[in-house]
Write a protein that binds this ligand. Structure first.
Ligand SMILES: [Fe+2]
Length: 169
């Protein structure tokens, strides 16, 4: 067996680590982070769809804000994926695993306000997932994941505020 085969449990994809975090807890947090990676990718792509297709008097602020958001989300995906690896698990790959097989369902016929409110829904869904994940990470003594998720929470809550402010009546 190759050296990689020795340290890598091919069956589960888990690497053996002795860091004080039990295997089951590392697996649990890796799965949570995987789900967040998928949902973050989806929100990135939907932010880009709005960035490109939005029209109307709010074009410029929405175009600018969505670019800031997808840039941040791109960087965040790297941090989430690298945390999965540090926990000893492989990062999900493939179209289905990344949720890219699902339609982005953001047509260019939507009004600017409707598009932005769809993004608000995406960020709110992520906030709910991240809040739960951060609480679980703390409970399992996975402080690094907890800190990362707390930062992600701050980003998404601020994104919700700004998106809502742009389309407020
Ligand atoms: Fe652009």
């Amino acid at each position: 067996m190759s050296k990689a085969g020795v340290v890598l449990d091919v069956k589960t994809g888990a690497e053996r680590l002795d860091t004080g975090l039990p295997d089951a807890d590392r697996r649990f947090m890796a799965e949570t982070l995987s789900e967040l990676t998928v949902q973050t990718y989806r929100t990135l792509l939907r932010s880009q769809v709005v960035h490109w297709n939005v029209v109307g008097p709010l074009f410029q602020p929405i175009h600018t804000l969505t670019e800031q958001h997808y840039s941040d989300l791109f960087a965040a995906i790297d941090l989430l994926a690298e945390r999965i690896r540090a926990l000893g698990y492989p990062v999900p790959t493939g179209k289905a695993a990344l949720g890219l097989d699902k339609a982005l369902s953001l047509g260019s016929r939507l009004t600017a306000k409707a598009m932005v409110l769809e993004l608000v829904d995406d960020h709110e869904a992520l906030v709910r997932l991240i809040r739960e994940g951060a609480a679980q990470a703390e409970e399992l003594n996975d402080f690094v994941t907890h800190d990362l998720l707390t930062e992600r929470l701050a980003f998404h809550e601020k994104a919700i505020w700004m998106l809502r402010a742009i389309v407020a009546d």
